[in-house]
Ligand binder design. Sequence first.
Ligand SMILES: [Zn+2]
Length: 129
Amino acid sequence: MGRLFVISLEGNIYSCKHCQTHFAIADDIISKSFHCRHGKAYLFEKVVNVTIGDKEERMMITGMHTVVDIFCVGCGSIVGWKYEAAHEKNQKYKEGKFILERFKVLGPDGSDYLGSQEAHVGGSDADDA
Ligand SMILES: [Zn+2]
């Protein structure tokens, strides 16, 4: 692999826990009330410096969604997923938006988040819908 062009963000940045590649800023958070297999997850308006995986249909707490996993361009670790399509009408607001799993990223103050031990149904997702 050659050298990758990586976008730098400014502000309250969420970055890769492993290689510090910037992913998103706090201003782009749409909702913090999501969950993934490892605890908290945030919904972002946009995320940079990620590559996407294959589309798949995934059953979430709020219904069936077409999603792609997203991976850090710096180190290749999986950091969350993107919603390509929502099958339920009231979940359409998520389309084109990104989930970052909180324990996979460093917060704005460099804080780490240790995954919770709570068990979540299925894979993930949820909101206050
Ligand atoms: Zn990384």
